[in-house]
Structures are given as structure tokens and as C-alpha cells.
Design a protein around this ligand. Structure first.
Ligand SMILES: N[C@@H](CCC(=O)N[C@@H](CS)C(=O)NCC(=O)O)C(=O)O
Length: 218
């Protein structure tokens, strides 16, 4: 069976889980605990030399890393429902939002970056939180403007979920988990409220994953 190497709290993994659920693809989860460095094990690097989750394997093509490449693969292999629209204008809007999140917002707040800030550069927890919140704010402000451009409603673009929603929901979930103030982004939050009530998005949510680790109670 198709296997997804995933970490429950990883937003890049969450993007792919949403796509798999929307398309109704059956798969098994192999938990890679990035908190303890399992992404750097040689057995995982063989599947994804970039050493980041997710990776898709047990497919005829071998294994694929990079969440957007995996979703593109799934869209080719299981065309319904389409996550990257065929229509040229809609496709451009969807990719503009998805890349804005996956290329510009997510990478600077990735775990290895935050660890480098603390361990190698010696920044305090407060400074690290300020860094995180700053890039979330800057990024979500831009996404809010992109959603205005795309005329978002219940979804980022059009009237069905697309790759843009697969990227936005996990990014917002992370921001909320990290106590960022998201009240200034009403278009983003409208999409968030609508999508997170849908069964496919719920099936993909961190707390519903087999490798879920409950937060420690203080
Ligand atoms: N561009 C990659 C990003 C993947 C990524 O950053 N994954 C994170 C979790 S969301 C990770 O594995 N972090 C481990 C680390 O920072 O060492 C993708 O879209 O798949």
C-alpha cells in the first residue's frame, strides 16, 4: 500500500494528508519523529535526500519528497477532484497562493531554522517567538491580499478545495498553535473555519494521526 512518511505536526505532511483525503486515496502512515531527528536517519534520507518530511513511497515510481511535488503527482495520478485547476487563470491564482505559503512563509520558520537560531546563534526563547510571529504576520498579510485578489470565499480560489487550501490550512494551524494573532486575516480565517469543518481536512488534522503525541501537561 502507498506509504506516507509523515509527522503529525508537520504542516508540509498535513498538506499531503489533505490531498490524499480529498482524493480518497488509501495509504498507511509511517511516523517520522522530527523532534528526535528521525528525518536525518540514513533509511529516511534514502527516500528523501532533503531530509524533511513528508515523503511518499511504495509507489511504482519509487519515492517522492517535497509536498507540492507529491500533490502534483497525486493530481496526475488521481485527477478527481482536481487540486490544481486546468483553467489558466485559476491555476495561476492557486499556485500564487500555494507558493507564497510553501516557498516564502514556511521555510523561515521550519524547525531546523528555529533550532539554529537557539542553539547556534544563542537567541532567547522570546526572540525566537518574535522571529516566528514576525514572519507569520508578514506572510499572512500578503496571503490575505492574495485572497482579496482571488475573490476568496469558503475556499482560497473558486468554490472547491485546491492546492492553495491544502497549504493555507496547515500554515494557519501552525500559527494558531504557536499563539500568533490571526484576527487581522478575516479572509484566511473564513477559509480556515470552512475547510476545517470538512471531513477530509479533519481526517488529515494532526490530532487524528496515528503518530500523534499529546502535549505534555504542565
Ligand atoms: N519544502 C518541503 C518542506 C518540508 C519541511 O520543511 N518539513 C518539515 C516539517 S513541516 C521538517 O521535516 N522539518 C524537520 C527539520 O526542520 O529538521 C516540502 O514542502 O515538503
Amino acid at each position: 500500500m502507498t506509504k506516507l512518511y509523515s509527522f503529525f505536526n508537520s504542516s508540509a505532511s498535513y498538506r499531503v494528508r489533505i490531498a490524499l483525503a480529498l482524493k480518497g486515496v488509501k495509504y498507511e502512515t509511517e511516523g517520522i519523529n522530527i523532534r528526535v531527528g528521525e528525518q536525518n536517519e540514513p533509511s529516511f534520507r534514502e527516500l528523501n535526500p532533503i531530509a524533511l518530511v513528508p515523503a511518499l513511497s511504495n509507489i511504482p515510481e519509487g519515492s517522492i519528497g517535497q509536498s507540492l511535488a507529491i500533490i502534483d503527482y497525486l493530481d496526475q495520478k488521481y485527477p478527481e477532484p482536481r487540486l490544481v485547476p486546468g483553467d489558466t487563470a485559476q491555476r495561476a491564482r492557486v499556485l500564487e497562493i500555494a507558493y507564497g505559503i510553501a516557498c516564502d512563509i514556511h521555510p523561515v520558520n521550519n524547525m531546523r531554522i528555529l533550532k539554529y537560531l537557539s542553539k547556534d546563534l544563542g537567541v532567547t526563547d522570546e526572540q525566537k517567538q518574535a522571529w516566528y510571529a514576525h514572519w507569520i504576520d508578514t506572510g499572512l498579510q500578503s496571503i490575505e491580499e492574495l485572497l482579496e485578489k482571488s475573490g476568496s470565499g469558503n475556499f482560497c480560489v473558486g468554490d472547491a478545495p485546491t492546492l492553495a487550501d491544502c497549504c493555507l490550512i496547515p500554515q494557519l494551524a501552525n500559527a494558531i498553535r504557536m499563539n500568533c494573532d490571526v484576527s487581522a486575516y478575516p479572509r484566511c480565517m473564513k477559509v480556515y473555519e470552512h475547510c476545517t469543518a470538512m471531513p477530509a481536512f479533519q481526517a488529515a488534522a494532526p490530532e487524528n494521526q496515528p503518530d500523534y503525541i499529546a502535549p505534555a501537561v504542565a
